[in-house]
Ligand binder design. Structure first.
Ligand SMILES: Nc1ncnc2c1ncn2[C@@H]1O[C@H](COP(=O)(O)OP(=O)(O)OP(=O)(O)O)[C@@H](O)[C@H]1O
Ligand SMILES: [Mg+2]
Length: 256
């Protein structure tokens, strides 16, 4: 059974890809002296995500990153079904990954080339002819206001600069769905505001669906809907203001 969200199902607009999780569970087998023991990481996740922007909040280790990694098959569900635009992220990985851009918390996990420009060029290799790739890559960096970093060594960049380059490399391939795992952790106030505007603009002008996890409850307010994850379960699903209030209560009741 798929339990829908509380909002209008067509709120992301005509033709927006549908994202649904039905009875999704993820776990690992722990090797113990008495044999393998199943340790749940996510349990019975049932959501249909139709809104343009969705925030996922919850404590460290609650399961947010695992949930996000199900979107493009980086994590496989042990049971249940994840569907992105009717496609299975594991069985139809190629089609799903052409739709879903994933930005990791740690930009080092995705930057593989010596300079930002080369990294974006690598992203563009299948869609832009070689002769135009340099200019196209520079245009992507310009869009994020970081063209000045184009030829710097990625190893010399600050954490926040790297996070922006990683985001640029993902945006370069025009994803329909953008999944970001704690995108603001390394950003200063100015860049956080820049990201806020950029995400809002992606939704409005390009129709991109944005799903992000965050510990920044203020940033979560940018979303149309927020899920609270606790011990591997989606325990609350509402507008962000109510969700963050519920999350605070959950933490306070836990620590008292
Ligand atoms: N590959 C794995 N093998 C074993 N356990 C894992 C694996 N990946 C995640 N876990 C465990 O699953 C739980 C949820 O991890 P996850 O990274 O999804 O949490 P999170 O909500 O993103 O936390 P944080 O806010 O710290 O990023 C944690 O207890 C983690 O140790
Ligand atoms: Mg995480």
């Amino acid at each position: 059974m798929i339990v829908g969200g509380r909002f209008a199902p067509d709120s992301a607009g005509e033709g927006a890809p549908e994202i649904s999780f039905a009875e999704v569970s993820v776990g690992v087998l722990d090797d113990t002296p008495t044999g393998d023991v199943y340790r749940p990481i996510l349990t019975d996740v049932n959501v249909t995500l139709d809104e343009p922007m969705i925030a996922i909040i919850g404590a460290n280790g609650s399961g947010k990153s695992t949930l996000l990694q199900l979107f493009n098959g980086l994590v496989t569900a042990n049971s249940g079904r994840v569907l992105i635009d009717g496609l299975d992220p594991v069985e139809q990985a190629k089609q799903v990954r052409s739709r879903v851009g994933f930005v990791f918390t740690d930009p080092a996990a995705q930057l593989v080339m010596p300079t930002p420009l080369e990294d974006i060029e690598l992203s563009l290799r299948k869609r832009v002819p070689k002769a135009q790739r340099g200019a196209a890559a520079l245009a992507v960096l310009e869009e994020l206001g970081i063209a000045d970093l184009a030829d710097r060594s990625v190893y010399e960049l600050s954490g926040g600069q790297r996070q922006l380059v990683a985001l640029a490399a993902v945006l370069a391939v025009d994803p329909q769905i953008l999944v970001l795992d704690e995108p603001t952790t390394l950003l200063d106030l100015r860049n956080k505001e820049k990201l806020r505007r950029l995400l809002a603009d992606l939704v409005v002008s390009r129709g991109v669906r944005v799903i992000f996890s965050t510990h920044d409850l203020d940033f979560a307010g940018l979303a149309d809907r927020a899920l609270v994850v606790d011990s591997g379960r989606v325990v609350h699903d509402s507008a962000p203001a109510e969700a963050t209030r519920m999350y605070r209560e959950l933490i306070m009741s836990d620590s008292s």
